[in-house]
Design a protein around this ligand. Sequence first.
Ligand code: TTP
Ligand code: MG
Length: 352
Amino acid sequence: MPRVIFHVDMDCFFAACEEKRRPELKGKPVVIGGREGRGVVSTANYKAREFGIKSAMPVSKAESLCKDAIFILPDMKYYKEMSNKIMVILSSFASKFEPVSVDEAYLDVTNKITINLSPRILAAKIKKEIYNKTKLSCSIGIAKNKSIAKIASDIEKPDGVTEVKDSRNFLRDLPVRKISGIGKVTQESLTNLGIKTIGDLSDKDRQWLIEKLGKYGLRLWLIANGLENEEVSPRESSESFSTERTYSKDIEDIDIITESIEDMSKRVSKELKEDRYNSKTVSVKIRYEDFETITRAKTLGFYFNDYKTIFEESLKLFKDNYDKNRKVRLIGVRCSNLSKLVEKQTRLTDWF
Ligand code: TTP
Ligand code: MG
């Protein structure tokens, strides 16, 4: 039986949170920006977007596009509080729930659908509940899998619901960039292979794509053909230890990055040890200056929680995977695939 998956994404989230607590902003162009002293736009409300203002654009450029816009520094603590409220509501509607970021989540609602409760009616209920409790709006994509639901939630923003019944038809003419995780660079590599639309991708021979792009090629082929079948499941977050660092200035100096990876490895190792965990998988997250973000993971043949292993493996992952032509904005180190240490092992391990 096909599943019913929702992707819920809040509308201009940070800006909407500010509008909620500052009614005087109503109807005005609002730009949230300057995170951690950086002069970039986090988000803008839809009025400000009419002037061409977008996330990740320098605040100075946003100012020149719209002189009357109201600029507000982000208040992450407040957005996180709102996010928590929203996530509690969302999770109450789903049998499987996966928060993805501060303002989006996947819900597997297959079991909730009945003759009287269609996916659209359920989506309307969810939107109403969120609105009643927070006065914020969201958009919902409904599809048979996560990747299509994610694309769909963006189609009728803001305050929209898009239900995909014919996946092939829906995907065919969309640019590959609509697939979550495809940034400028991947888009260019695909263009060089003659692939512009998701339909082009699905028409390619599966084996050929694997030869060209490795495992990632297989994943893209499955998505393009509507065959991606990932479970909605709580993220690793509760089952992993991680830390990340956003630089106050985009970095190209490998020594600085190495130093951060070393620091972060020490921190993650300390947390693993404090909570008495061993880990089998280490991953690094790299966010470039253009906001494209990649994560690369390696699973080792043994469990570890020492800083040296974490550092060596994450540094290697970084060096093997990063694009030297782009500056780095954020680096993260994560240990997952955890095993709780039993008492006997605990005594054998040198904790602190
Ligand atoms: P998004 O969901 O990408 O954007 P949004 O909610 O502002 O707007 P939309 O209606 O199109 O969904 O991101 C959620 C929040 O994450 C956003 O409000 C601010 C933050 N963010 C950044 O700080 N920098 C960025 O580059 C992006 C894309 C988002
Ligand atoms: Mg959003």
